[in-house]
Design a protein around this ligand. Structure first.
Ligand code: AOS
Ligand code: ZN
Ligand code: ZN
Length: 388
């Protein structure tokens, strides 16, 4: 088993970004379930995200979603984050929640709608300039429902044109992160359906365009760790949207459905050097809690990412390489499984104590009284996607 201390050092440095939209009310396509104490504005979402960081120590940033988190004064939002001990992270654009986007946003056949979508993307870059965010994350709901509805190649041309314009608008260290998704809301064609399409567009754009792998955005049975390994090898993996799924884009707690898959993904990240900050991979959560309480739901997800990372770090890579070189199939698989089957909870508890945290973040949050306090103080909390 590889070194515990080395594993702890890597885990201490790990940073997991929380989605602001995880803290608002959400639901299924049939019903949004209201919870007590949910944030009434972006400042309260930041306070809740900071709470997750306070208990886990490894979630120091929160991703914004525009316009859900639009405010007049981004300087004030950034200061609120800093005062709470966190920072503003990725800006997620929203070109899917407007009547005009019924037939698509940047790939819409109507140039006026395309212009409107592009203007929103530019506005997101303006916000990044103010928040100091490095990444603009683009997910497009664009696609078609019926054969013949629109020209597949023309839509790719329109997409390429919009991406090039946004990329051109970026400055300094800013990056464009393109997210793909197999289907939904479009059911016949999706304009960015898979990693290959996202990769091809990013390749054309340039060095600062990278792919986001949302773990819920593939066909069942897809080998996601292969995609991760490939993108890492090409220097094109920019971010993860971690969540878990049983059927489609379920957006459930990370590691709930398939913790072994999460371990396999993080093992590829670890062996490619992707855990180092210099690798520039944003480890984000993209979940919408529906029936579970939101803050502890995020804490649980952060802990699950940590556990999978810890197991990935414990793989004895020397023993693995020796077994692989010798063609020892069972030996190699055994090395991987030994690490996966290790109970890393004591190691993580030890790490948290060393970081001055309670070894049990879930219990510490429950004891803190924060949940009761926000339920009493915040009346009229909002849906995750309000204002759009
Ligand atoms: C949509 O399915 C994607 O996962 C996006 O990342 C989306 O922007 C995010 O879920 C917030 O709505
Ligand atoms: Zn996502
Ligand atoms: Zn999704």
């Amino acid at each position: 088993m590889a070194g515990r201390e080395a594993a702890k050092n890597a885990l201490r440095a790990q940073e997991i970004e929380l989605p602001s939209w995880a803290f608002g009310n959400s639901g299924t396509r049939f019903k949004v379930f209201a919870q007590q104490g949910v944030p009434r504005d972006p400042f309260e979402k930041i306070a809740d995200a900071a709470r997750v960081h306070a208990h886990t120590g490894v979630a120091p940033s929160v991703a914004l979603h525009i316009p859900w988190d639009a405010v007049d004064d981004y300087g004030a939002l950034g200061r609120a984050a800093a005062d709470a001990g966190i920072r503003l992270g990725t800006v997620n654009a929203n070109v899917f929640q407007d009547d005009d986007y019924r037939l698509g946003s940047v790939t819409n056949p109507d140039p006026a709608v395309r212009r409107k979508a592009l203007d929103h993307l530019f506005a997101c870059v303006d916000i990044m300039d103010r928040t100091g965010s490095r990444d603009l994350k683009l997910w497009f709901s664009d696609g078609t429902n019926y054969p013949g509805q629109d020209d597949i190649r023309a839509r790719q041309d329109r997409l390429a044109e919009a991406l090039a314009a946004v990329y051109e608008r970026l400055s300094g260290e800013q990056r464009l992160i393109l997210e793909y998704k197999l289907f939904e809301p479009a059911f016949y064609t999706t304009d960015v359906p898979d990693w290959g399409t996202a990769y091809a567009h990013c390749l054309r754009l340039g060095e600062r365009a990278k792919v986001c792998v949302d773990t819920g955005h593939h066909a069942p049975g897809t080998n996601i760790e292969f995609i991760v390994a490939f993108l890492l090898r090409e220097g094109k993996l920019g971010a993860f949207d971690f969540n878990s799924r049983f059927y489609a884009d379920d957006d459930l707690i990370v590691g709930a459905a398939d913790p072994f898959q999460l371990f396999r993904i993080l093992f590829e990240v670890r062996t490619a050097g992707g855990l180092a900050a210099e690798a520039g991979i944003a480890f984000m959560l993209d979940q919408c809690h529906n029936i579970e309480p939101k803050i502890p739901g995020q804490i649980r997800s952060v802990m699950n990412v940590q556990e999978a990372t810890a197991k990935a770090l414990l793989v004895d890579t020397d023993a693995l390489a020796a077994a692989q070189a010798a063609g020892d199939v069972l030996g190699a698989n055994g090395v991987l499984m030994d690490a996966y089957n290790t109970d890393v909870r004591p190691l993580l508890a030890e790490l948290r104590e060393e970081m001055g945290l309670d070894p049990d973040p879930m219990a510490a949050y429950a004891r803190s009284g924060y949940g009761e306090r926000i339920a009493a103080e915040r009346v009229g909390g909002r849906q995750a996607g309000w204002g759009a």
